[in-house]
Design a protein around this ligand. Structure first.
Ligand SMILES: Cc1ncc(COP(=O)(O)O)c(C=O)c1O
Length: 407
């Protein structure tokens, strides 16, 4: 019999799961006492590593003073104001304001709604179309599911939000034609700068700059979904910095607290911001009960302290280079087909006879956590505090498992 807990992204009939009980740095332990290298920072988020008492203490102190209070008009609180101010300082665009919510999915739906309503406020109410890319993952709420470019994640959940369409992931021409035809009805182009959940696909050279150019030509907003790439994963605060492309709206979650509290948000850049602020009588009817939750925001501020103090953005570049070099040498030896990635997120592209799920399971048995995507990809995005020796364990374990299963 399965337990009462209906698991996310799992078969409802599955009865046994790996019970994780403790974490420290880039290691976690299961209930049987097995030590596991967390090659995925849980689900791409635990940038500062597990077991940070400093964040727990800040959350606890905040909760003892004021656990939570609404930020709907007319209220606010110190931790939310402080975190927003701090984020303003590292934002992917100048003069951004920060909307807060609880997850990446809420952030994506918020960005889609803000894009549409900002155009209305800017006198362009016909701009409704949102264009995303195949292979894109934008969460599981209805906006994000409608923009979802990973077909199985949409299956049987329809009907979807109207006027949300996908273009082939790497194809600028198709997007250019669509915008040439429908440019004055496009609200936004939505993309992950590096597509993560589909198996880690960095953009082709100049791809993101082309999106910026097309959006400028046709008056559409460019939305970067930085739920994975935000807060250091690529070696800079945001992928927008890394690729030197300025979006109009940027979603975030995960790394903003490294998962110590659920928190997400949207940076609202100058163009949509000006539209939202143009009419002093306009009232933004969008927000979540926990938008600006003080305990979550307290966790975010300390998480940023740690990222800065321990120079973890620089560390991301180092960790990524180690993973890349390790996987490249496995590919050169014919152990895997190829590797692809950016910053500290790398995929092992497998050979046709290899099975990602079977390799993932065996790696787990041997003490390394990774994520299997389809049959041909394993992804790795460890905590940025991972040691060189632990990265070595990831690469060596992958090689050993493949040697033992394909011999
Ligand atoms: C790019 C991207 N957007 C949105 C989401 C959804 O975030 P959440 O699971 O916090 O709702 C994810 C989650 O992995 C993501 O990778």
């Amino acid at each position: 019999m399965p337990s009462a807990f209906l698991h996310p992204f799992a078969k409802p009939t599955r009865e046994s799961f790996v019970r994780i009980v403790r974490g420290e740095g880039a290691l976690v332990w299961d209930a049987d006492g097995n030590e596991l290298v967390d090659g995925m920072a849980s689900l791409w988020y635990c940038a500062v590593g597990h077991g940070r008492a400093e964040i727990a203490d800040a959350v606890s102190a905040q909760m003892k003073q004021l656990a939570a209070y609404s930020c709907f008009d007319p209220f606010t609180n110190g931790p939310a104001e402080d975190l927003a101010e701090r984020l303003h300082g590292i934002a992917p665009m100048a003069d951004a304001r920060v909307f807060l919510c609880c997850s990446g999915s809420e952030a994506v739906d918020t960005a889609m709604k803000l894009a549409r309503i900002a155009h209305v406020q800017a006198g362009q109410p016909q701009r409704k179309l949102i264009i995303s890319r195949t292979r894109g993952y934008h969460g599981v709420n209805y906006g994000g599911t409608s923009a979802q470019g990973i077909a199985p994640n949409r299956e049987n959940f329809g009907p979807f939000v109207a006027d949300v369409v996908q273009v082939p992931a790497d194809d600028v021409e198709t997007l250019a034609s669509l915008m040439a035809e429908h440019g004055d009805t496009v609200a936004a182009v939505l993309t992950e700068p590096v597509q993560g959940a589909a198996g880690i696909y960095p953009p082709h050279d100049g791809y993101l700059a082309s999106l910026r150019r097309l959006c400028d030509q046709h008056g559409a907003y460019l939305i970067f979904d930085e739920v994975i790439t935000g807060y250091g994963r690529l070696g800079s605060w945001f992928a927008a910095h890394h690729f030197d492309v300025r979006p109009d709206l940027v979603t975030f979650a995960k790394g903003v607290t490294s998962g110590y509290q659920p928190l997400g948000g949207v940076f609202v850049g100058p163009a949509p911001r000006a539209a939202l602020e143009a009419d002093p009588d306009f009232f933004l009817r969008h927000g979540f009960t926990y938008s600006g939750h003080p305990a979550a925001c307290a966790a975010g501020s300390v998480n940023l302290d740690i990222l800065e103090r321990e120079h973890l953005l620089e560390r991301a570049t180092h960790v990524g280079a180690q993973l890349r070099d390790g996987f490249r040498s496995l590919a050169a030896d014919g152990v895997i087909d190829h590797t692809r990635g950016e910053g500290a997120m790398w995929a092992a592209g497998l050979l046709p006879h290899q099975n990602a799920m079977a390799i993932r399971d065996e790696m787990l048995r041997r003490g390394v956590i990774c994520r299997a995507i389809n049959t041909d990809t394993l992804t790795f995005a460890p905590p940025l505090v991972i040691t060189d020796a632990q990265v070595g364990r990831i690469v060596d374990t992958l090689a050993e498992v493949i040697a033992s299963t394909s011999a």
